[in-house]
Ligand binder design. Sequence first.
Ligand code: PLP
Length: 334
Amino acid sequence: MVELEQVRMHLNESAFEPSRLVAEYVAKYISKLNLYSIEELEREFTRKLSSYVGLPEEYVSTFPSSTEALNAAIRYIRSRGLRLVTVWPSFHGLLDQVRMEGVDIGFIQLTPENFELDLVKLAREGSPDKALYLPNPNNPTSNLLFNDKDTLEFLLRRFGLVIVDEAYYEFSGYTVADFVREVDNLIVVRTFSKAFSIAGARVGYAIASQELTQRLMENTPMFSIATPSLAAALGALEDIDYMKKVVEKTIKLRDDLRKEVLGLGLYAPVSKTNFLFIKTPIPGRYIAKQLAQRGIRVRGYDFEEIRNYVRVSVSRKENNLAFINALSDILKTL
Ligand SMILES: Cc1ncc(COP(=O)(O)O)c(C=O)c1O
């Protein structure tokens, strides 16, 4: 058992170890590491994933992390000469790649405090030569930005391309994946890093129309997912019950943690993810630094609009308690 030095509540990782089957599948395929790839494993994984997604294999493409799936989408956006628009605050992990690819990006502010979509602004900004990126639920704000067909249809009509990042789909229970059968300007991106508890394996996937799936795969190198990672993801898919238990436990821990946070007199939007976005009376960076000195890592931000927030991943009960106690102590010193 590896002992970690710090309580990790800063990267939205799962607080639970992977399913037993993950270790089993990795062990099973490790003796084949002399090979670049194992077709049988790839076929089985693709089959299982397509069944999990509920769509034929032609609609699904796999990548070494959802970050890489997003990068493929950004390359596609550049190849079509589209501009990118996203809401703000949203997933800043995307921004470096966008800059690296030289894609023009614009931001549409979410409504203050409750971080909802401003449909009037979106309507105004929408255009066929723009791609819209929406994490749903949103990171870092933790809420669902929409959960109805009408909003999606409105966005698909207004924008040339819509990318919905469903990294936290298993926690929200809401998906737009089925729409890829009907439209060819929608890409849904998902990951094995959160509910499936294998962030270190780096496996993600995209769901899109057959033609769009082809385009996404065009610029992706062969054998890009390492065999142990593919085996880990197959093991995780073979144990959906375990994933569901992880989600159930995380949601319970999250809602308990939110009650404690509200009890301290702080605001946190209702979360549909495995983390909370907590408003702090002083800059979140300062709180994060103080917590780090007590061995607890959380995320603070330099971005002006979310300067007074910390993002805190749900952890195990004892860690959540340690976080609340430390936070309460820090607040008393202010
Ligand atoms: C909204 C969102 N998209 C993508 C990612 C990246 O996930 P992956 O580990 O698959 O690269 C994250 C990770 O925190 C995320 O929050």
